[in-house]
Ligand binder design. Structure first.
Ligand SMILES: Cc1cc2nc3c(=O)[nH]c(=O)nc-3n(C[C@H](O)[C@H](O)[C@H](O)COP(=O)(O)OP(=O)(O)OC[C@H]3O[C@@H](n4cnc5c(N)ncnc54)[C@H](O)[C@@H]3O)c2cc1C
Length: 509
């Protein structure tokens, strides 16, 4: 038993991309605040943020078909796509600010330009894609998108996918060169190294076991250190950035906002190929359509990835069911999250989601050969020996009672839950995830530090020039920022898209 105690301004629980982002933002806004981080693992970015645990898509709705739904009248609703694109622009602006200020030395350590494509087969799907393309290509945020249903053109864009394709069904794709592959694991580690250089106290192998409010209104954490001893640490503000582990910690706070919320864990697997003969034939992230009954996070996609300076291909994710809330979690996680205040919510969700649970269990039982068969819908000539299975991170989807969905509604987005006085906040959910970390952490700042916002606004605008504005309503600013972020993050190199934008902006001035 240790008597170690400390008092600090801010405690961040968990060393994933969310805490990394919030810590970095706060250090820029209030450099003299003392920040401590507790992480139960040995290094930063080892859970969902790790490069092998997520797909590394810089989600900006350029290719993800589930962000554009067809309305009953046949038109396409692009509002969600616009929101997600705007949020990714916020991330790119903040990362550019860090690169320009030499706080990140080489952006190519974490972000690479990569065309984003959507691919569909069958008459109905081709019709949908054409409509989606028309709806998006008129929008400034999606400029540069191309559409083709010509197999010869598609052979140029995606040779690996088109080779050996026997089906006579109509096929079509859209392609946009301004997409990205993001190594969120590398970015998380870069940001934590940077925080360490700014005197943030980062405690690895320290697991937060409990959170309690003290009589003076601050929060006290019970932390188990590397030697298994218990420490007590207090702070005025706590961010629970424990990924899948956040729900348990939020429940321990006892705040009213933590009640009637549950978690539904979804596991994931990818197939990975490192054979250069195969990887060299593909250069894009290609998203298909989710199978009927499949949850949105299991949309199949074939991605070029840049990890450890090597190019590989990733296919998946194959969703599955596991009761763990973290990849390194316990089989008791789901049971431990059941409380008197959320049991009805969870039971309602269980009753509503029997088909989904069945689907996830079926997915879990697939053999490698069955998974390769699914891959062959993308790469007809795929050879089993070129592909290995990697276990991805866990996603814990939020279950809560909503007005629209009723009791026990499964949410597929992210959710910031905070105390009414802003002294504690937690991030739940996992989608669109790491790509929107800067937007989501700005939400935390808005909710928890409203008294400082006015004073902080000039600095926020310096870091994120579009702060407070909608880029979709400010196309000139969007063009200007596209060029400056592209240059800072070196995304424009060899990208014809940037040249096009530059000429358009020149004409505008
Ligand atoms: C299969 C899959 C594919 C994905 N693909 C994408 C994608 O293509 N693009 C995208 O933008 N996002 C994607 N995501 C989502 C993205 O990975 C997550 O949203 C993001 O990494 C979450 O970051 P985080 O910091 O909240 O959590 P994490 O990275 O999981 O970090 C949480 C940290 O908290 C620590 N922790 C937990 N409990 C405690 C405790 N009690 N005490 C101390 N430490 C604790 C954990 O050890 C961990 O290090 C994907 C996720 C999955 C699972």
């Amino acid at each position: 038993m240790s008597n170690r105690q400390s008092k600090t301004d801010v405690i961040l629980i968990g060393a994933g991309i969310m805490s990394a982002t919030l810590g970095t933002l706060l250090k820029e806004l209030v450099p003299d605040w003392k920040i401590t981080v507790f992480e139960k693992l040995e290094n930063a970015g080892e859970e969902s943020s790790n490069e092998w645990n997520n797909a590394g898509t810089g989600h900006s709705a350029l290719c993800e078909l589930n962000y554009t739904v067809e309305k009953p009248d046949g038109s396409i609703d692009i509002s969600k796509a616009i929101n997600i694109n705007e949020q990714f622009q916020v991330s790119k602006q903040f990362w550019s600010y860090l690169v320009n200020g030499n706080q990140i030395s080489n952006p190519q350590d974490f972000i690479m330009p990569l065309p984003h494509m959507s691919l569909v087969q069958g008459e109905k799907n081709v019709e949908f894609l054409k409509k989606r393309f028309k709806a998006l290509s008129d929008n400034p945020l999606f400029q540069g998108m191309e559409y083709s249903d010509d197999p010869e053109k598609l052979k140029e864009w995606i040779p690996l996918i088109m080779e050996g394709r026997a089906s006579n069904e109509p096929i079509a794709a859209t392609k946009i060169d301004s997409g990205t592959d993001v190594n969120f694991g590398a970015l998380t580690r870069i940001l934590f190294d940077h925080l360490k250089s700014k005197n943030v106290d980062i405690k690895f192998k320290h697991k937060v076991d409990d959170i309690k409010r003290t009589s003076d209104g601050t929060w006290e954490l019970k932390v188990r250190n590397a030697s298994g001893n218990v420490e007590r640490h207090t702070a005025k503000f706590i961010f629970i950035g424990g990924g899948g582990g956040s729900l348990h910690l939020l429940q321990k706070t006892g705040i009213p906002e933590s009640k009637h919320i549950g978690g539904f864990p979804v596991s994931g697997l990818f197939l990975v190929c490192n054979n250069p003969e195969v990887t060299e034939q593909h250069h894009a992230k290609v998203y298909g359509k989710a199978k009927v009954g499949a949850p949105p996070m299991s949309v199949p996609h074939l991605d070029t990835r840049y990890i450890d300076n090597k190019k590989s291909l990733l296919f998946g994710p194959f969703a599955g069911f596991s009761p763990k809330f973290l990849k390194t979690g316990s089989n008791m996680d789901l049971i431990r999250s059941v409380k008197m205040n959320n049991i009805l919510t969870l039971l309602a969700a269980g009753a509503k989601n029997i088909p989904l649970t069945k689907y996830l269990i079926q997915q879990l039982m697939l053999s490698k050969e069955q998974r390769i068969e699914e891959l062959r819908e993308f790469i007809p000539n795929a050879k089993s020996e070129d592909w290995d299975i990697v276990v991805a991170g866990q996603r814990v989807q939020v279950i809560k009672d909503t007005e629209d969905g009723g009791k026990g509604t499964l949410q597929f987005g992210t959710e910031v839950v905070s105390a009414a006085d802003g002294s504690i906040a937690a991030l739940l959910g996992a989608s669109p995830g790491a790509s929107t970390a800067v937007h989501v952490m700005l939400e935390v700042i808005k909710k928890c530090f409203p008294q400082h916002l006015k004073e902080w606004e000039p600095k926020i605008k310096e870091m994120i020039p579009s702060y407070g504005l909608k880029l979709v309503e400010n196309p000139e600013l969007f063009n200007e920022l596209s060029i400056s972020t592209s240059n800072a993050l070196r995304l424009g190199e060899n990208s014809p898209q940037t040249e096009q934008r530059e000429s358009k902006v020149t004409a505008n001035f």
